[in-house]
Design a binder for this molecule. Structure first.
Ligand SMILES: C[S@@+](CC[C@H](N)C(=O)[O-])C[C@H]1O[C@@H](n2cnc3c(N)ncnc32)[C@H](O)[C@@H]1O
Length: 229
């Protein structure tokens, strides 16, 4: 528990950042053609992997403003401002602040937890803590779906923002005592930012095809479907 609160303390910079950009997050990150492109790919994957599951026991971890909340009945985040917006958009859903009521979510109570655009911000230690947290909340055979940046396509930056990438082999090792990787898909294979804006949406089918092919390892990021051991 002590380690957990230590990690929470180091998350304060991330939390402040997301609090400060919350009001413009949806418009700036997902309101443009690039954002819409990846949003469409991520939704397609979630719809496929969560089909037939009861939303009541699905949690969106690092849910932000609730962009992907339609797949779950609850969400959790470290940013109060992001959560406020998620709650306004989805009054019937339950949102939890990680270091407050988030700890009240019972262990073994979730059948699936998904997390998008979160792990790329976490240090290795924070990620390990997050895996422990998610593992404890999931029921036997619970499903953990998350994205990670691919080390092959990412240019190294400074600071915490989108700075963590893993290969499938590395992630497999990090999860090894707790989760088995059942499957993974690529997201964003084509250099979509180089395609004229008005044409981008016509490349979605091709990108999805490539991201599901033997070339998926070369996508910008991966979406992983893992099962609790
Ligand atoms: C890039 S946003 C993604 C939001 C949402 N998942 C989406 O895809 O639109 C990252 C979110 O993760 C939250 N976050 C960052 N680190 C976190 C952590 N360790 N635990 C839970 N949430 C975290 C941030 O506050 C922010 O709302």
């Amino acid at each position: 528990m002590q380690v957990f609160f230590y990690i929470l303390a180091s998350m304060s910079e991330v939390k402040e950042y997301y609090n400060s950009i919350a009001n413009n997050y949806d418009k700036n990150r997902f309101g443009n053609s690039y954002g819409k492109f990846i949003d469409a790919e991520e939704r397609k994957i979630l719809a496929k992997w969560l089909i037939g599951m009861n939303k009541e026991t699905i949690l969106d971890y690092g849910c932000g403003t609730g962009r992907l909340s339609e797949f779950a009945n609850s969400g959790m985040d470290i940013s109060e401002k992001m959560l406020q917006l998620a709650q306004q958009k989805n009054p019937a859903k339950k949102y939890f602040l990680l270091d407050k009521n988030g700890l009240l979510i019972e262990n073994n109570s979730m059948t699936a937890i998904y997390s998008f655009h979160v792990i790329m911000h976490l240090s290795k230690n924070e990620f390990k803590e997050t895996i422990n947290f998610i593992y404890n909340k999931l029921d036997t055979n619970g499903v953990f779906i998350f994205d990670i940046l691919s080390p092959f396509r990412k240019s190294k930056k400074d600071g915490w923002h989108a700075n963590t990438s893993y290969s499938i082999e590395e992630i497999s090792k990090l999860l090894e005592n707790k989760f088995d990787i059942i499957s993974y898909k690529g997201i964003l294979f084509l250099p979509i930012h180089r395609i004229p804006i008005s044409l981008r949406r016509y490349f979605l089918w091709l990108d999805i095809l490539l991201c599901n092919s033997f070339l998926k390892k070369h996508a910008s990021y991966y979406c992983i479907y893992a099962k609790k051991k």
